[in-house]
Design a protein around this ligand. Sequence first.
Ligand code: SF4
Length: 96
Amino acid sequence: MTPEADRPASDAGDDSVVVRVDRDRCIGSGMCALSAPGSLALGADGLAHPVRQASPHGGPAGERLTEELAEAVDFCPVEALALYSARSGRLSPPSW
Ligand code: SF4
């Protein structure tokens, strides 16, 4: 079980999610940034990163699960994206 201090804080509601990028897997295809530009972008290093980096509470920023974000997670060619519940910190299925 995830310790309370390690759980991401949410500033987007109880059902918000945190998107994480496995940068060891990401190949910089840019598909996620095109699909969900409000949630994901390519950095100067050519790899994806979440647009919302940190919440005012210090943890990863939570955001509303949009259809675009769910599709970006589903269609990443190397499964580098994962969604977590901002409230519980548990892995969330990308589909809604
Ligand atoms: S779709 Fe996947 S591989 Fe492509 S940039 Fe996004 S995270 Fe990286």
